[in-house]
Unconditional design. Structure first.
Length: 431
């Protein structure tokens, strides 16, 4: 596979941008090799600057549930951009998207749009601290909620990949109120509430963890968080930046029938353009300026292009489409399981809807500690064996694969054919 152009661009990029990328996980740090500079995407296919084509399972980290350059999204944006890109004023487009999100998420009585998942979680936690008058929060080890300083305490995603429990540049004082519990461990959460009974403003959780690889909630875990937070007067915040509209039309809160007080969204609701949102109970959201004393603002918040791309995307998410995503994703996961077994490579494959992960470990994976036991060298070997065969996976064992509406049965079959060969390569490395 020729990669000269990517290599040339990467050499220059590293001189001009930290690590040559705009976000750490893209630098292939966990798998090695040269990140591919992408020239275009269409449907399930990415094409890099050397002309190599790949079936894409990153999907811009989950944002592109319809695949790349969906015709309806492109048409709507082409039309919208003629009217300008941003006015810094209210528009009907943001209201239309708000209404559609609220149809799917009844718990979101009021919503505020921002420009990233980071802003969404940071702001939701500010609301929680204002509404409760409390300072502490609980997050989970391996949970990633964006890069707000006080959340970079044993986060997931890029940080988990690099094993950096905390980031440089974050004063110890700023994470002192950030309590961390193992994911899926209700007893640990109960113990923190007993230790700080009236000091915890909120628990923030990925209702399906996607930043330590995909780790589903154990039965009762989310309902247990709901009852603990109610008992101690804390708020429950679902970070559905990945799971919102991914695992179901109404997100994980619909799938697991647990209603949080606040929800954070991103990715899919922007249709591939910059977006984030937070929302929930009206009494809480009415704390947000200018309705209330919690300040939060943003130049491009609610910009018409993101709003329109998001609305048009949600309009395509029909029950039939979710059935198709379920079928294709189940076929992929089952095929991967069989391929690994045939090659004699021990793996655990986790899937919720159209997000999934392959863990190269014999241990059951239930939290970050067990997810981190996945064999990174084997994943790196598998990643490159798949990349060479035209399959573009997340360049980290602690991220999620995403199946889009554009992935056909033929794409899945081609992926499984590559996986059979890639698992055999991994097996040869084991022997
Ligand atoms: P952004 O600020 O990157 O838009 O969203 C932060 C965020 C918040 N919550 C969850 C559950 C998330 O997964 C994310 C961002 N996800 C990562 C990858 N898993 C984005 C990819 C990257 O960092 O480059």
């Amino acid at each position: 596979m020729r990669t000269e152009r990517s290599e040339q661009l990467y050499a220059v990029a590293r001189m001009r941008m930290p690590g040559g990328v705009s976000s750490p996980v893209r630098a292939f740090g966990a798998v090695g090799g040269t990140p591919r500079f992408i020239a275009r995407g269409r449907g399930a296919i990415l094409e890099d600057v050397d002309g190599n084509r790949y079936i894409d399972y990153v999907g811009s980290w989950g944002a592109l549930i319809l695949g790349h350059a969906h015709p309806a999204v492109v048409r709507a944006l082409r039309e919208a951009i003629r009217r300008g890109t941003s006015y810094g004023a209210p528009t009907e487009a943001e209201l239309e998207l708000a209404l559609r999100i609220q149809e799917a998420f009844p718990s979101i009585q009021k919503i505020r749009f921002v420009n990233s998942g980071t802003e969404a979680t940071m702001s939701a936690l500010r609301v929680a601290r204002a509404a409760t008058g409390r300072s502490k929060i609980i997050k989970f080890e391996g949970g990633y909620h964006g890069h707000a300083d006080f959340l970079l305490a044993r986060a997931g995603s890029g940080l988990a990949t690099f094993g950096l429990p905390d980031s440089a540049g974050v004063p110890e004082a700023w994470v002192r109120d950030t309590l961390v519990a193992p994911y899926n461990d209700l007893d640990a959460v109960a113990a923190l509430f007993e230790q700080f009974p009236d000091q915890i403003a909120a628990v923030i959780v990925e209702p399906v963890a996607g930043n330590m690889g995909v780790v589903p909630p154990k039965p009762g875990f989310l309902k247990g968080l709901r009852s603990l937070t109610r008992r101690y007067g804390a708020l429950l915040i679902f970070d559905e930046v990945i799971t919102g509209f991914r695992v179901a039309w109404g997100g994980a809160q619909a799938l697991y029938e647990v209603e949080p007080d606040l929800t954070c969204l991103g990715k899919i609701i922007g249709g591939g353009l910059p977006v984030g949102a937070y929302g929930g109970r009206a009494d809480l959201m009415d704390q947000v300026a200018p309705a209330g004393p919690v300040y939060q603002a943003g130049t491009l918040s609610g910009n018409p292009l993101s709003m329109i791309a998001g609305r048009v995307t949600l309009e395509q998410l029909t029950p039939a489409l979710y059935r198709q995503l379920e079928e294709r994703s189940a076929a992929l996961a089952e095929g991967l399981r069989e391929a690994a077994e045939q090659a004699g490579v021990p793996v655990h494959i986790h899937r919720v809807g159209s997000m999934l992960s392959v863990f190269f470990t014999e241990r059951a994976v239930v939290d970050y500690a067990t997810a981190a036991s996945t064999d990174r060298a084997r994943y790196a070997r598998f990643f490159h064996a798949m990349l060479e065969r035209g399959i573009y996976l997340p360049p980290s064992p602690l991220e999620a694969w995403f199946v889009s509406a554009a992935h056909t049965e033929a794409h899945i079959e081609r992926t499984l054919r590559a996986a059979r060969a890639a698992f055999r390569e991994v097996a040869r490395g084991i022997l």
